[in-house]
Design a protein around this ligand. Structure first.
Ligand SMILES: [Fe+2]
Length: 266
């Protein structure tokens, strides 16, 4: 049996980059000391994911992203509006506890969000870190065209449920220095200044008008994927890690949130 308090204590105390008084890694719903036998781990606690976790016998879900579509646990704009009401009632009826593991897991070395993303993409040779706690990383790959590298990324992310990668830049441009980041904290000018020639960002974090077009004007290529695509491998690793740290508890990874799909004009 385990409760949310034990999991949060472990994650926060192992993360010197997290200020324990100013973190969103906390209980978003339910009782902190409610003991459960099985825990679900997911990227975003979508209602489909919560239902699947409940069906599988999980009394708690550890999620990376927020429960009610607002970053802070105190922001409850959707709490009394649909689809928040449906989600809240489901949690009240089931007694499920929802905990967020965000600030700790974003920067966790080797198996956290950034490093899991790099590993999933096959970026094994990191040549430079960003200036703050494993937010961004610059990697070396054999020189290839942007088209080839974009195809490589698209092939890698396909098993996660994203059917394409969006590209800005000349398809025949040669690239050899991709950079990545952590979710919305994607690579930006710092990585360009270190020589990155192709930046992989997510739609949630890098809007076209404020970020991607600006990066294009700097002469670099930009690949864009969905936020969840860049973080799901990290959550699979969190699930495995928690199972190792708390062997008496059962942990299961869930990813039932809706995926995007694309159509190309004919
Ligand atoms: Fe994120």
């Amino acid at each position: 049996m385990i409760d949310a308090k034990k999991i949060l204590h472990y994650l926060i105390c192992s993360s010197p980059w997290v200020n324990p008084r100013q973190t969103v890694d906390t209980v978003y719903f339910g009782e902190e000391e409610r003991e459960v036998e099985k825990v679900g781990v997911c990227w975003i606690p979508a209602i489909q994911t919560l239902r699947a976790a409940h069906k599988a016998g999980c009394g708690m879900v550890v999620a990376h992203e927020p429960l009610f579509w607002e970053h802070l646990p105190t922001d409850r704009y959707w709490y009394d509006k649909e689809p928040g009401i449906t989600k809240r009632k489901f949690l009240e009826e089931t007694g499920m506890v929802v905990v967020r593991a965000h600030d700790s897991w974003d920067n966790w070395p080797e198996i956290g969000i950034r490093d899991s993303w790099a590993q999933g993409l096959g970026l094994t040779k990191r040549i430079r870190d960003g200036s703050s706690w494993r937010w961004n990383g610059l990697y070396e790959i054999p020189e290839q065209t942007l088209r080839e590298f974009a195809q490589h990324v698209a092939d890698r992310i396909k098993p996660l449920g994203e059917d394409s990668v969006q590209v800005i830049g000349d398809p025949e441009k040669k690239v050899s220095r991709p950079s990545i980041g952590v979710g919305c904290g994607g690579p930006d000018t710092e990585m360009v200044s270190y020589g990155s020639d192709v930046l992989i960002v997510c739609y949630d974090g890098a809007t076209y008008w404020s970020t991607r077009e600006r990066l294009a004007e700097m002469g670099v290529a930009v690949l864009t994927v969905e936020h969840g695509t860049s973080e799901m491998w990290g959550l699979e690793n969190l699930c495995k890690h928690l199972a190792e740290v708390f062997p008496e508890t059962s942990f299961q990874y869930f990813a039932e949130h809706p995926r995007t799909w694309t159509v190309k004009g004919r």
